[in-house]
Write a protein that binds this ligand. Structure first.
Ligand code: SF4
Ligand code: SF4
Length: 309
């Protein structure tokens, strides 16, 4: 073998080795890229899973945790507390009705709603409880009806609409306080359901009772009118017509006052606008004079200029 053949063989071996190294490097790079891609995919899947579980966490209904702090904020801010027929029934049975009765009022809300509420009567002079529920003891921070709370207060702050439970008031400081046992949660849920049922029952029965009472009152007054002698009826009619005249005169005086106030306002506006008009006229006439004098002077100047020319 001559030396040139030897060199060729050596060259070929070197090239082969280089090719093999190149192939190994390329394979290594491809492997690395593949594993990087796989890691990326795993990371992306992980992130997607995390986001999904965070979304699911968000969708989960809020866990209701509540322990009353006895702060009394609810009792101090409510100006009327709805009362249901079941409350009245319970208070008749446990003897609390006499205590609550002075604070009960019946309220018609047209067209058909009738409500019973606990409301502060309008008391003149010093009132130890300046606002809020009249049954709240501000000094000792306690409800005077604590042993037989109205259903509305007993369920607060959890509500139930027939399908779902909801928070009636997110501002209640007892929300999120302490721990909530399973038993306590079930109790609260029962109270909220009881509140919902009592509300439905009262809102369907009270309007019927109210219309029966009104019809009965009308019938009684009609019977009383019929039982009057001719003379007494005339006297009563006179009294009623005088009352009506008084009411009419009061309302006509009120409307006159309103008219005079609005006509005075109108006059003021008229005088202001006529004064404004005069001012505007005088300003424009003065402007006119000025313009006239300026144009006549300009005319004279022009005339003198043209005669000089
Ligand atoms: S129910 Fe809420 S607002 Fe009312 S006393 Fe308890 S913590 Fe206070
Ligand atoms: S009845 Fe009692 S619990 Fe209900 S608002 Fe009045 S003071 Fe508070």
């Amino acid at each position: 073998m001559n030396s040139s053949n030897k060199e060729n063989i050596k060259k070929e071996e070197i090239e082969k080795t280089t090719d093999e190294e190149k192939t190994t490097d390329e394979e290594k790079t491809a492997d690395e890229e593949k594993s990087a891609d796989e890691e990326k995919t795993i990371d992306e899947e992980k992130t997607a899973d995390e986001e999904k579980s965070a979304d699911e966490e968000k969708k989960k209904p809020e866990r209701f945790v509540f322990n009353c702090t006895k702060c009394g904020e609810c009792c101090e801010k409510w100006t009327e507390i709805p009362i249901y027929l079941k409350d009245l029934e319970r208070w008749i049975n446990d003897g609390s009705l006499n205590y609550v009765l002075p604070f009960l009022q019946m309220r018609e809300e047209p067209p058909f709603n009738v409500k019973i509420v606990i409301q502060r009567p309008s008391i003149e002079g010093d009132d130890p409880n300046p606002s809020g529920c009249p049954l709240y003891d501000y000094e000792n921070k306690i409800c005077n009806l604590y042993s037989s709370l109205p259903i509305h207060c007993d369920a607060y702050p959890l509500g139930f609409n027939g399908e779902k439970f909801f928070l009636v008031d997110r501002e209640c400081p007892g929300i999120g306080k302490g721990t909530m046992t399973k038993e306590l949660l079930l109790q609260m849920r029962d109270k909220a359901k009881n509140h919902n049922n009592s509300q439905i029952l009262s809102s369907s029965i009270l309007p019927i009772l109210n219309s029966l009472i009104m019809a009965n009152m009308y019938k009684r007054s009609q019977e009383a009118m019929d039982a009057l002698s001719e003379e007494d009826r005339k006297k009563l009619e006179e009294m009623l017509s005088k009352e009506k005249e008084k009411e009419d005169s009061v309302s006509s005086e009120d409307s006159k006052k309103e008219d005079s106030v609005s006509s005075e306002d109108g006059k003021k506006e008229d005088s202001v606008s006529s004064e404004d008009g005069k001012k505007e006229d005088s300003v424009s006439s003065e402007d006119g004079k000025k313009e006239d004098s300026v144009s006549s002077e300009d005319g004279k100047k022009e005339d003198s200029t043209s005669s000089k020319e």
